[in-house]
Design a protein around this ligand. Structure first.
Ligand SMILES: [Zn+2]
Length: 306
């Protein structure tokens, strides 16, 4: 039984995951971005609690974390969301506490490994996993192996530029895919285009816009159209660059994928004429809301079991 640890900017999820990728017990708690030592104590307590719930002993620990991380050294890099965790070594520290092997990956790579190993990406030679939620992230696997950049770096698919006249992004560019097509971008578009007296403007989010679109709201339908176009442009770029077998789509925005997929496919048909884009399967992730947690456990399998 593997202990999975999914470390995000706002919460840490911990679970026991069996050898088929099934979550047997899980728990979560808020992340303290400034106190690493307290974080490791919290993770230790949560791992012991979920292990006790299942009656299992933990034979290994996998960590997926918001990045950047150094998967080879097992250390946090210059993590934006967790200033107190920078340069710390959770692999060494948890291995010392539990006396098992521990592995660490970026959470996008961890989720990609999960879908490639246990989910919709199984038996796909060249797979790109994309998650669209509060940001856009992902990972690339080739024959089940993670694509790594120089020095083990994780490529940032959400930060390729789709429109240089677009909104400013935290990375330094304007008009990154993430800044145009993640959930908050959809909400920002709605706020900017809905009339001042629109009753839905306050606190609108992507999920609510999709619900409104289903009920025929005109502005929401336009927001969906705009979102699908930008999702399509980014996905078309990935297809032109990689000609993958499959793109596996995940994340909160993709829960409404039925509203976007026809338009996305139309955008891809318009601009991917020099690659066999029709052979790239656009498919939905199959592991559900626990993909990141399952991915964290998969990180251990990827490093030590295969
Ligand atoms: Zn960016």
């Amino acid at each position: 039984m593997i202990g999975g640890v999914d470390i995000g900017g706002t919460k840490i999820a911990v679970g026991i995951v069996d050898d088929d990728g099934k979550v047997l017990a899980r728990t979560q708690a808020p992340t303290d971005p400034d106190r690493y030592d307290a974080g490791i104590e919290l993770i230790t307590r949560m791992l012991r609690r979920v292990a006790a719930q299942t009656g299992a002993s933990i034979t290994g620990i996998g960590i997926g974390s918001t990045g950047p991380v150094d998967p080879i050294l097992g250390e946090f890099g210059d993590v934006d969301f967790l200033p107190g965790w920078r340069g710390k070594a959770p692999v060494r520290d948890l291995a010392g506490i539990f006396n098992v092997q521990v592995a660490l990956e970026n959470d996008g790579d961890a989720a990609a490994l999960a879908e490639a190993g246990w989910g919709a990406g199984r038996n796909r030679s060249r797979m790109i996993y994309i998650t669209v939620g509060t940001g856009i992230g992902g990972g690339i696997t080739i024959d089940g192996k993670l694509y790594r950049g120089v020095d083990g770096a994780h490529p940032e698919v959400g930060h390729h530029v789709v429109d240089p006249a677009g909104p400013e992004c935290s990375c330094g560019f304007h008009g990154c895919w993430e800044s145009l097509a993640a959930g908050p971008a959809m909400a920002a578009w709605f706020e900017a285009h809905a009339p001042a007296d629109n009753p839905h403007r306050d606190g609108i989010n992507a999920q609510r816009i999709c619900d409104l679109a289903r009920s025929g709201d005109a502005v929401a339908l336009q927001a969906v159209e705009h979102e699908a176009r930008y999702l399509g442009l980014g996905l078309a770029n990935l297809i032109n660059l990689y000609a993958p077998d499959a793109i596996v789509l995940s994340g909160s925005v993709m829960k409404s994928s039925d509203l976007f997929l026809d338009r996305i496919r139309a955008v891809i048909r318009t601009g991917c004429r020099f690659v066999p884009a029709e052979k790239t399967d656009l498919t939905l992730a199959s592991l559900g809301d626990d993909t990141n947690l399952i991915g964290a456990a998969r990180v251990w399998h990827y490093r030590f079991a295969s």
